[in-house]
Write a protein that binds this ligand. Structure first.
Ligand SMILES: [Zn+2]
Length: 62
C-alpha cells in the first residue's frame, strides 16, 4: 500500500489515515496534524470566537 509522508509531523500514513479534505486540495496531513492546523487556523482567522466552527467559517468567510 502506498504511504504518504505527512507535511506536518513527517510520519508515514496510508491514505485512509490522512485528512481527506486536505488531501483533495493537494496537502498531505494526517488527521492529527489536520486537527491541530484547523485549530491554529481558527485562532488565526477567528481570534474572537466569532464563528462557532471551521465549517461555519468556510460558509461565511469566503
Ligand atoms: Zn502528521
Amino acid at each position: 500500500m502506498k504511504l504518504y509522508v505527512c507535511e506536518g509531523c513527517g510520519d508515514k500514513f496510508t491514505k485512509g489515515e490522512l485528512d481527506l479534505e486536505s488531501f483533495s486540495m493537494g496537502d498531505i496531513y494526517c488527521t492529527t496534524c489536520s486537527d491541530e492546523l484547523m485549530q491554529a487556523g481558527m485562532d488565526a482567522v477567528d481570534p474572537n470566537g466569532e464563528f462557532s466552527s471551521f465549517d461555519d467559517w468556510d460558509e461565511n468567510g469566503h
